[in-house]
Design a protein around this ligand. Structure first.
Ligand SMILES: NC(=O)c1ccc[n+]([C@@H]2O[C@H](COP(=O)([O-])OP(=O)(O)OC[C@H]3O[C@@H](n4cnc5c(N)ncnc54)[C@H](OP(=O)(O)O)[C@@H]3O)[C@@H](O)[C@H]2O)c1
Length: 332
């Protein structure tokens, strides 16, 4: 089969490799579509721990079950599915188990014509979504779901600020918050991305590349934000503390910009701010997210589509940060 192979840090190839075999409890999904996450870029750049080369990356995929292993009901054959990339979450709702892993490293991922996964990781493809839209959902949708609802416990009417709205997770957080009746605001490096976000339900936004953007945000929204969802970290996290309403919850799911230089604890404790970490989610949260997407007719925002053979171009777009939404990969 054709598959993307990361042969060493920075070096991707599209090659012919042997098709995978389904062991007991596993299925082969013949993929119609995949999607990129920032994790794939960290892996490509050699910045992710524990990568064994050569590796087929990719956490997100949707396709058709074409083979079942021993012990798997044959009624799965021919079903259109989407894959939950969050493996072995474990029994706790508070956090993942020690065995937790993510599809696409160390396991071979979805940037290939076929992938082998445990049947437990499958869910029906949302009926109203195309394969490309469905493939855009799993990792980012699940991360946004847990951040917004499980960790931040966002409720209708609350004001939420979502940073870096061009990002995959950020756009789902916006769609979910708007559908839940909250008042979403966004930040971005691009005024045009902010303008597009208002069409998805954002009340407004702030360009974080401009000096004094935080002061402008505080003036525009004097009561400040009940919830802030951030995947960038870095020095920008400190500006977010000043935008917290008393008792606010900041949920962080990533560190694209690294660690903040220092954390002014006085602001944190005096304003009763909760700083919460989060990562992907449980099988139950994956189901809840898919149900919510269907009930609210949420359409994943697709930035651009590339065929598998043009995977370098797809990574290039993410590397430049030019995307607005998910970069999807069509698999013929
Ligand atoms: N914990 C988890 O389970 C989990 C899950 C998913 C992602 N993540 C992490 O979360 C981060 C985002 O992932 P993604 O897949 O959504 O990435 P992505 O689609 O590549 O989006 C990255 C976005 O980050 C924004 N950004 C960059 N610098 C920023 C800054 N200084 N302040 C605010 N926003 C900034 C940009 O937004 P604009 O284009 O609008 O400027 C960019 O579009 C990555 O670090 C990723 O590893 C973690």
């Amino acid at each position: 089969m054709r598959a993307v192979l990361l042969v060493s840090p920075g070096r991707l190839e599209v090659a012919d490799i042997p098709a995978p075999q389904a062991a007991s409890g596993e299925v082969i999904v013949t993929l119609k579509a995949a999607a990129l996450n920032h994790r794939d870029l960290w892996i490509k750049q050699g910045k992710y721990a524990g990568v064994n080369y050569p590796l087929t990356p990719g956490s997100d995929g949707a396709g058709i079950v074409t083979e079942v292993g021993r012990g798997v009901d044959s009624s799965w054959l021919g079903r259109e599915v989407v894959i939950n990339p969050s493996f072995e979450w474990g029994p706790s709702k508070a956090a993942q188990s020690d065995r937790f892993s993510i599809l696409g490293s160390p396991r071979s991922g979805t940037l290939a014509e076929q992938v082998v996964v445990p049947v437990l990781q499958l869910a029906p493809k949302p009926a109203k979504l195309t394969f490309l839209e469905s493939a855009a959902l799993p990792l980012a949708g699940l991360t946004a779901w847990r951040a917004v609802f499980t960790r931040a416990r966002l409720t209708a009417g609350e004001r939420i600020l979502i940073t870096g709205i061009g990002g995959g997770v950020a756009l789902y957080a916006l769609s979910f918050a708007a559908a839940a009746g909250a008042d979403p605001w966004v930040t971005s490096s691009s005024d045009s991305k902010i303008a597009r976000a208002t069409k998805l339900g954002a009340s407004g936004g702030f360009n974080y590349t401009l000096a004094g953007w935080g002061e402008n945000a505080a003036m525009a929204v004097p009561s400040r934000f009940d919830v802030i969802v951030d995947g960038a970290g870095g020095a920008g996290l400190l500006a977010l503390l000043d935008l917290c309403a008393p008792g606010a919850r900041i949920v962080n799911y990533g560190a694209t910009r690294g660690n903040p230089p220092e954390l002014p604890l006085r602001k944190l404790f005096w304003r009763q701010i909760s700083l919460l970490g989060t990562t992907m989610g449980s099988p139950g949260e994956f189901e809840d997210m898919l149900r919510f997407v269907s009930e609210h007719r949420i359409k994943p925002v697709l930035s651009e589509e590339f065929p598998l053979e043009q995977i370098e171009k797809a990574f290039g777009l993410m590397e430049r940060g030019d995307q607005y939404g998910k970069i999807v990969i069509s698999i013929p």
